[in-house]
Design a protein around this ligand. Structure first.
Ligand code: 3H9
Length: 715
């Protein structure tokens, strides 16, 4: 921990420097503290970099100063360059990161960095320009720029290979992986890991080292080592970047910079790095990824909830239903060390569910990703019961039973009669009206939706569904619990399908229209996968299973609830017992144990005959029309969701789609993508498609139209 009691003089006033950097000379050491909460971002415009430069210059000219120690206030050294300043005008006269680092490389007095907490991107690069690095146990270093569609642009691609070799540096930079203090020490990135008081012990370290002579050790003067043949290494790395990172421009540019680190001078390498980062910052891919970075953090902010909103302690959880969803949900809490009671009235299902959890953990142990102790710890806090009464003392009960209103209401009525009054009652429903479920209880304010996505122990998205009477405390508790179990929570309102599934419904409907009008499932999937989706709509349906949708359609048909254009193709598949991957066939055929889709000519024949039954003349549909229509379906429904207030903001929808539906992150989510191509183009496109044959289902969202008329965006 840093010694917060140490008062450093504010440079402001002393020398006309900045408030966000403090400087004090203690003995012969110039102490420089970065003080820009919450993460000590290296802001140009707030003067952090100018402050650092001024402090170093001042000590450089001060004969009393023999060495420098740079450290951060609060929890961490620095989270890197200020991402919010990218692409924005710079305040004239303020130093940039490259100005600072270039000067630091000329300083002839040792500069030491005391790293603490997350030390990321430009923050880590600043430390790599120092001559020595000490780190607290809690330090994590990383160059995560690639996740923002850029690359380390402050010498990281040139200095890191000079410390850990080209191969390891490429791996860390293209993955953005987090490296612990101990790992950093064994890699040679950190000189010493400090166990006690970071600031005081670092000062002692410098004093000791000065006594025995502490040379200025510039990383820029080292050469780059390669463990393999450099030409082959770069050729292989280029191939991997092209294949593995399709759609993401940064990894290829990182390889170019590493190549420069190996084959040119440090100075030339820095120039190549700078040119690349400047170009990458301007790409739509980087803008999209930066949008998602802030969107995910914005999603934590819920209207009516503040830091002062009280939250309940969730010390134990119960899950009702030991099926696929229930077991997956239970694992999230077990992983976080929260004891779980799983309840299923069917003995066999309960046993099977518990076995599944155990098997899942054992396979993770076998892969070397979980220790045997952690396995025992997790399984040791899991209890099973066939009695609903076993949940009476739970702080949170998550219901994950069959999607049927009557069954859910019965369970909630019963739970309400004996579960302690402070307990939160959550439903994992994906479609049902949570207000209706809450209405059978005496505590609707304690009822909430926690919509996990399958597989629930893997998918990071969690829709926190706030019902009409859900209390702010219950929302705040659910949001904070979601973070504890490492989910990406997004608070949404009640409607059929909430945000994610309501939008996917219109998207899937449009995909069905496309095949009825002339495309084949594989053409639709190929077009949208080339656009960047992890999986096309028909592969997705095969994975999810076609039988549930069939049952819903049959029920709706019998209740006379189907009014819009009806596509019978999935019914024909289900009539043959083709329910998707689990039955070896659906829109595609699958060999036993394989997930690889094989085009089935019989499916093409079914599709073609369905068109002729509707009296449609099939036509060739180009990939751009497929992508347009699927994206417009998402955007149009998303706009309606915004107009109804079911989602708080457009960026929340983007988070849902990027985290839960395989939307390409480098396109920023459907609503951001809409703005990238222009909302007026979306409206014009929808109007154009509505005039085509069979286009009469298209109706531009009035909200979207209004935005275009007023020349506004979703923000
Ligand atoms: C870079 O360095 C480029 C250089 O190579 C070259 C330049 C020439 N900037 O995540 P949290 C905000 S690129 C601006 O909830 P945590 C964040 O938005 C940068 N703002 O906290 C949030 O604001 P709000 C490379 C930033 O404790 C608040 O701080 N670095 C930045 O869970 C708290 O954030 C990265 O990519 C930033 N750099 O996690 C690291 N970082 O309260 C990005 C955070 O208004 N940052 N904010 O919502 C992180 O990964 C995490 O924030 C960190 C802390 C692990 C540091």
């Amino acid at each position: 921990m840093l010694n917060s009691a140490l008062e450093l003089k504010d440079l402001n006033g002393e020398t006309g420097m900045s408030e966000v950097v403090s400087y004090e000379v203690r003995g012969s050491i110039g102490l420089i503290q970065i003080n820009n909460p919450p993460v000590n971002a290296l802001s140009v415009n707030k003067g952090v970099l100018q402050g650092l430069l001024d402090a170093i210059k001042s000590g450089d000219h001060d004969p009393q100063v023999s060495a420098f120690l740079i450290f951060g206030s609060g929890k961490n050294f620095s989270g890197g360059a200020d991402i919010s300043e990218f692409g924005k005008p710079k305040v004239p006269g303020m130093a940039t990161l490259s100005d600072l680092l270039a000067y630091m490389d000329t300083v002839t007095k040792p500069i030491v960095a005391a790293l603490s907490g997350p030390t990321m991107g430009g923050g880590f690069e600043l430390s790599l320009t120092c001559h020595y690095r000490l780190a607290s146990q809690e330090t994590i270093v990383a160059l995560p720029e690639v996740k923002l569609g850029i690359l380390p642009g402050a010498g990281g691609t040139q200095r890191l290979p000079r410390i850990i070799g080209a191969e390891q540096a490429l791996e860390l930079i293209t993955s953005g992986a987090f490296v612990s203090a101990q790992e950093a020490k064994s890699l040679g990135i950190v000189d010493e890991v400090i166990d006690g008081n970071l600031l005081e012990d670092s000062i002692k370290w410098i004093k000791r080292a000065l006594r025995s002579g502490l040379p200025v050790a510039r990383v820029s003067e080292r050469s780059v080592k390669t463990a393999t043949d450099p030409k082959e290494f770069i050729a292989k790395a280029t191939g991997v970047a092209e294949k593995k990172w399709r759609g993401y421009p940064a990894p290829l540019r990182i390889v170019e910079c590493i190549d420069a680190a190996i084959n040119t001078s440090f100075k030339e390498g820095i120039q190549i790095e700078r040119k690349n980062i400047e170009e990458l910052i301007l790409t739509n891919e980087s803008k999209s990824l930066r949008h998602l970075f802030f969107a995910e953090r914005q999603a934590n902010k819920v209207v009516g909830i503040s830091k002062e909103t009280p939250t309940a302690k969730i010390q134990n959880v119960s899950v009702i239903g030991a099926g696929t969803m229930g077991t997956g949900i239970a694992m999230n809490f077990l992983n976080a060390g929260i004891p779980v009671t799983i309840v299923d009235t069917n003995d066999e299902t309960l046993k099977k569910g518990i076995d599944t959890i155990n098997k899942n953990y054992l396979s993770t142990v076998a892969k070397g990703k979980l220790s045997a102790e952690d396995h025992d710890r997790r399984v040791g806090i899991l209890t099973g019961s066939t009695q609903l009464s076993a949940v009476s003392d739970s702080d949170l009960v998550v219901e994950a039973v069959y999607e049927e209103m009557k069954i859910k209401q019965t369970i909630f009525r019963e739970l309400d009669s004996f579960v302690k009054p402070t307990a939160i009652l959550a439903t994992n429903t994906s479609t049902l009206d949570i207000d209706e479920i809450a209405s059978v209880t005496q505590r609707p304010e304690q009822v909430i939706g926690l919509h996990f996505f399958s597989p629930a122990n893997v998918m990071r998205l969690l829709e926190v569904v706030r019902a009409e009477k859900t209390s702010p405390e219950v929302v705040a508790t659910s949001m904070s619990l979601a973070k504890k179990i490492k989910k990406i929570p997004v608070c949404v309102g009640v409607c059929d399908g909430f945000v994610g599934n309501r939008m996917i419904h219109t998207y899937l409907r449009e995909a069905e229209y496309l095949i009825e009008e002339g495309a084949l499932p594989q053409q639709v999937d190929h077009a949208i996968e080339s656009f960047g989706f992890a999986m096309g709509p028909f592969r997705m349906c095969d994975l999810a299973g076609l039988d549930i949708g069939w049952a819903i359609r049959k029920r709706k048909k019998s209740e006379g609830l189907i009014s819009k254009r009806y596509v019978s193709i999935p019914d024909h598949l289900c009539e043959r017992g083709w329910f998707g991957q689990k039955t070896g066939g659906g829109y595609y055929t699958y060999e036993a144990g394989s997930r690889v889709p094989i085009v089935n000519p019989e499916v093409s024949a079914i599709v073609e005959s369905a068109s002729s039954q509707q009296g449609m003349i099939r036509r060739t549909i180009e990939a751009n029309e497929i992508v347009d229509r699927l994206m417009f379906a998402l955007i149009n429904e998303g706009a309606e969701i915004l107009a109804e207030g079911v989602a708080q903001r457009a960026s929340d929808i983007d988070v849902i789609y990027a985290a839960g539906y395989g939307f390409p992150r480098y396109r920023g989510g459907p609503m951001f993508y809409a703005q990238t191509i222009g909302l007026s183009n979306v409206v014009e496109g929808i109007e154009r498609y509505s005039k085509q044959d069979h286009g009469d289902h298209w109706e531009v969202s009035p909200f979207l139209s209004q935005l275009v008329q007023k020349n506004q965006t979703f923000e």
